[in-house]
Ligand binder design. Structure first.
Ligand code: WQD
Length: 342
């Protein structure tokens, strides 16, 4: 079997897709997850896709003793891809302490045992660190702005923790991937996004409206300074995003890192409005969407999309799937979970 890569949060949306792509690239993924926001059934789904059931350990990475003991018992882990974190923007405003505790304790517990040892570490960051960029497309050199939420703040501070750790210990090789908007599902429709409760994000709300779980979808504002008045985002297919993590691990293994802390934008480099998403969903699936225009959502930024030239140049990675692929795969997944509830 290939090099052992720890995937924290590996039964989650992006984590599960990354486990599949790691295995496809010849790695041996090992999952740690506390199942606080995912289902253990995803393990069986992954096995149906790759024909291999990844090693799975259920515990909370906020438990320093358990985390240290696990890492000590697994000295053959050469890389860590860290997804496990709370990530709901709105919820973070209501529960800031839970977000800071969970997202920082888990990160620090993962890093501490590697003082003086080699480790390749990929961190799940977010374009949310840019806030509303002054210049678009936004590059990695753009200033990080005061976060609009505790969730966004945990990403900004985590990047600082990683950068400062890398500065004092060259044994850490660290890459932070700043995701834009991850959407879609695996082509098998066996894994995808499993929102718990009322979806906060656009695409799950679109597919749940199309399947009849929601009566309608509200477009949060059409009075922005954009071509059709609705917000612009850089939507990226979750499979493309997963492949970027494999590229980051490979870059560190091959010693190509210019610095032992690097940041990359992971998006398509294209901006799409909410109304364009709705039209793309309808045209690519043939499903009609019942939508209304409503007021703006507090905290939304008007437009953001990434300059991804550094990722293409340095990671040798580029998004290959388009918005129609994203819509069709999200719809196939929604139909799958309707027939096979988790
Ligand atoms: C996208 C657009 C909404 C729902 C957040 C986090 C980001 C990442 C992804 C974790 C916006 C509009 C949405 C709806 C709508 N989180 N919308 N009606 O806010 O860009 O990003 O989620 O990884 O870090 O910041 O994503 O999907 O919530 O919204 O009109 O019912 O869709 O206003 O313009 P967002 P989103």
């Amino acid at each position: 079997m290939g090099k052992k890569i720890l995937v924290t949060g590996g039964t989650g949306f992006i984590g599960s897709h990354t486990v599949v792509e790691l295995y496809n690239a010849g790695y041996t993924p090992v999952i740690v997850d506390n199942l606080s926001n995912s289902s253990i059934k995803i393990l069986d789904q992954i096995e149906k896709i790759i024909g291999y059931k990844p090693e799975f350990h259920e515990f909370d990475l906020c438990d320093e003793r358990k985390t240290a003991a696990f890492l000590e018992a697994n000295p053959d882990i050469t890389g860590i891809i860290h997804f496990a974190a709370f990530k709901a923007v709105g919820e973070s405003v209501e529960k800031p302490l839970e977000y800071y505790r969970n997202n920082f304790f888990s990160l620090i517990n993962l890093l501490t045992p590697y003082k003086g040892k080699n480790i390749n570490f990929v961190f799940s960051s977010s374009c949310t660190v840019y806030g509303q960029p002054d210049v678009l497309p936004v590059t990695e050199e753009a200033p990080v702005k005061k976060a609009e939420s505790p969730y966004g703040n945990t990403k900004q501070i985590a990047e600082e923790i990683l950068s400062e750790t890398a500065t004092v210990n060259s044994n850490y090789k660290i890459v932070a991937l700043r995701y834009f908007n991850p959407v879609g599902a695996h082509e098998s429709a066996l894994i995808g996004e499993l929102p718990i409760g009322v979806p906060q994000n656009l695409i799950p709300f679109v597919t749940q409206t199309a399947i009849g779980k929601r009566e309608k979808i509200t477009v949060f504002g059409d009075d922005y300074n954009t071509p059709d008045g609705s917000c612009i985002r850089d939507y990226i297919h979750v499979v493309d995003l997963a492949k970027a993590h494999v590229a980051a691990i490979k870059r560190m293994e091959e010693g190509k890192s210019a610095d032992n802390y690097e940041v990359f934008n992971i998006g398509t480099g294209k901006g799409t409005t909410v109304l364009e998403i709705i039209k793309a969903f309808e045209s690519s699936t043939g499903e009609k969407l019942n939508y209304v225009i409503g007021p703006r959502r507090a905290g939304d930024i008007e437009k953001v999309y990434g300059d991804v030239s550094k990722s293409t140049r340095e990671l040798g990675w580029k998004a290959e799937l388009n918005v129609d692929d994203m819509m069709k795969s999200a719809w196939e997944w929604e139909k799958y979970i309707q027939k096979n509830p988790f």
